[in-house]
Design a protein around this ligand. Structure first.
Ligand SMILES: Nc1ncnc2c1ncn2[C@@H]1O[C@H](COP(=O)(O)OP(=O)(O)OP(=O)(O)O)[C@@H](O)[C@H]1O
Length: 236
């Protein structure tokens, strides 16, 4: 379980996140919604330790460790010329001995087997030996999720993981994130710009407005107040 308490972020003298509390339970997919500039990415980055913030973040009651959180981004950071399997193996880099992590071309067999199992979980084992750049955007995002699985992190934070995907691929990726949350008991937080997808796939929705949580609850709750009217019409 991820528990963030009192997350406060300043950019220069401007406070953009105002003491946000957010929890994500193991086995839960939490969707974070909010208009542009409401602070969603800042909250995610603060929770991950990528942006300096006041407040506390614990994972299952412990202080957040460097391998506790796996990240999935809108822009899929795969090494295109390397194989799909090698990309998934890099999820394990943080727990390999230093001499191994300096020569990632030579991943141990145990890591390659685990990476293959992660690829099976996302339905892409048959593409393991293809170049990553040869896969579609939706498939590449599923590889990024397999890499997160290979990290064995209990928490996955995904910043707009489906914004660059077509509607069918977006559905597939969200369905996968929900399934992994439920079956692998991961705590998954996904920043989304699509209220309808959040309603369908998330177990809970948190809404941000001006750097503060203004909604927290059932996916069926009305989220229109989070958006300027015109934005809602284009995003759902
Ligand atoms: N590196 C930065 N330096 C200064 N201000 C920033 C920086 N990053 C974000 N901000 C400001 O912080 C506020 C929150 O931005 P953030 O990117 O977290 O919002 P968001 O909800 O993720 O937006 P979007 O939906 O457009 O991605 C905005 O006012 C933004 O201009």
């Amino acid at each position: 379980m991820l528990t963030a308490t009192g997350l406060t972020v300043h950019y220069g003298s401007r406070e953009v996140l105002h003491g946000v509390d957010v929890t994500v339970a193991s086995g839960e997919l939490l969707a974070v919604l909010g208009a542009n500039g409401s602070g969603k990415s800042t909250m995610l980055r603060a929770a991950a330790g990528l942006t300096p913030a006041e407040g506390t973040v614990t994972i299952d009651g412990r202080r957040r460790g460097p391998l506790d959180i796996a990240l999935v981004f809108q822009r899929i950071h795969l090494v295109g010329r390397r194989s799909v399997l090698d990309n998934v193996c890099t999820g394990a880099l943080g727990r390999l001995p230093l001499h191994r992590s300096l020569t990632p071309a030579l991943f141990p067999r145990s890591v390659r087997e685990e990476a293959m199992a992660c690829l099976e979980r996302v339905g892409l084992a048959d593409r393991a030996h293809d170049r990553a750049s040869g896969l579609s955007g939706g498939q590449q995002q599923r590889v990024a999720i397999a890499r997160a699985l290979c990290q064995r992190a209990p928490v996955v934070l995904a910043d707009e993981p489906v914004s660059a995907l077509d509607p069918a691929a977006a559905e597939q990726v969200l369905e996968l994130l929900a399934e992994l949350a439920h079956t692998e008991r991961l705590a998954v937080l996904a920043v989304l710009h699509q209220p309808d997808l959040a309603r369908r796939y998330a177990d809970r929705i948190v809404g941000l407005h001006d750097g503060a949580v203004v909604l927290d609850g059932d996916p069926a709750q009305p989220v229109d107040s989070l958006y300027p009217h015109a934005l809602l019409e284009t995003s759902s």
